[in-house]
Design a protein around this ligand. Structure first.
Ligand code: 1HN
Length: 350
């Protein structure tokens, strides 16, 4: 309500609201400015998670419940401003998943899109529609909506990755479906790495092969650290630095040049030692992982010290400045892919 009302008018209005409420009627004028704010006013808060501490709890969970028992053994990174919502931003979910040597996380599929960003371990895999992506630290692996996926760890070390999903977005649209495969593991449909070999170098099958097996609109599902890291280094050696982003590269879907999944976009950036980015805000609340280096993020009023493998979230329309003490390499994902389709995405640079 913009102007305060006389007490008797207020009382009469309240009586009116009370009378109509049982019939599912409420007055817009009491909520209009909250419903249509002049700019985003996220309920999410800037927050950082120490990897060492989260890892400790995750390993303790590993002593108490198996991957098979849990279906997915994951600690949710819940935004303190979104308590009870299993969300890191209003549209995105994040979690840390542990898979111990010898374990299998059973095969299922769902409408929600997922990405995995490897935090530690090597040699475990995600199988997507029966083709394994064997993972190394800081690889990005996608399980797009509707594709069967199971995980396994034949290596001798624990494997931990960050799961990023569009769960709250799908929940918002009330459009989620999920099912388990009858068998624990999807039968192998192709040799590990075959899709990467065919689509990962600006090529695609002339006919047949993975062209029949992978969806034409989204063939790629493994983006290797060794590849993206080399590209970032070459960019940093040659290109002028972007004052707001540092040296930044987006992961693309080779089928259309767009973001990696319909709802989720992902990128990496490198901030050279001693560099501080100029402040920038955008409507896509973003989850970041520190891959290398140390420094500081300033998110609105909040200062967050950065060290390797820490995770932090920058909610929509919060100014972000990144300062690198040593060369700082970050991975980030957000709902920019969805926002651009809906003509909602905006950014502002200072
Ligand atoms: C899921 O399918 C995975 O496949 C991880 O590893 C976390 C959280 C909610 C719903 C589905 C996975 C998930 C998930």
């Amino acid at each position: 309500m913009v102007t305060p009302l006389p007490n008797d008018q207020q009382a009469q209005l309240q009586a009116l609201y009370d009378a109509m409420a049982p019939e599912g009627l409420t007055p817009l004028w009491e909520v209009l400015s909250a419903l249509v704010p002049p700019q985003p006013n996220s309920p999410a808060r800037p927050h950082a998670w120490s990897y060492a501490s989260a890892r400790d709890y995750l390993m303790r969970a590993g002593d108490l419940i198996s991957a098979a028992q849990a279906e997915r053994r994951v600690l949710i990174l819940e935004n303190p401003g979104l308590a009870g919502q299993s969300s890191i931003t209003p549209s995105l979910y994040a979690g840390l998943q542990l898979i111990l040597p010898g374990e299998v996380a059973p095969c299922h599929r769902h409408t929600q899109c997922a990405l995995r960003f490897v935090m530690e371990g090597e040699g475990a895999y995600t199988s997507v529609d029966g083709e394994k992506a064997v993972m190394q630290p800081f690889d990005l692996v996608l399980t797009p909506g509707g594709q069967w996926h199971d995980h396994g760890n034949p290596s001798a070390q624990p494997m931990i990755w960050l799961d990023g999903l569009d769960i709250p977005t799908v929940q918002h649209f009330d459009a989620g479906f999920a099912e388990r495969l009858e068998t624990e593991v999807h039968p192998e449909t192709a040799a590990p790495g075959s899709t990467l070999a065919q689509y990962g170098r600006n090529l695609r099958p002339f006919r047949g092969s993975a062209a029949d097996r992978r969806p034409a609109h989204q063939p790629m599902f493994h983006y290797r650290y060794q590849d993206w890291r080399a590209s970032l280094d070459q960019m940093a050696a040659g290109a002028a630095i972007d004052p707001h982003l540092g040296h930044a590269l987006e992961f693309v879907n080779p089928a259309d040049g767009g973001p990696v999944m319909p709802t989720i976009a992902a990128h990496v950036r490198l901030i050279p030692a001693g560099f501080a980015t100029r402040p920038r805000c955008s409507t896509d609340g973003t989850v970041f992982v520190v891959v290398e280096g140390s420094g500081e993020a300033v998110i609105g009023e909040q200062r967050v010290p950065l060290s390797p493998r820490d995770i932090f979230v920058v909610p929509s329309w919060h100014m972000l400045t990144l300062r690198a003490e040593t060369p700082l390499v970050l991975f980030g994902y957000s709902d920019k892919a969805a926002q651009q389709k809906l003509n909602l995405f905006r950014e502002e640079c200072a």
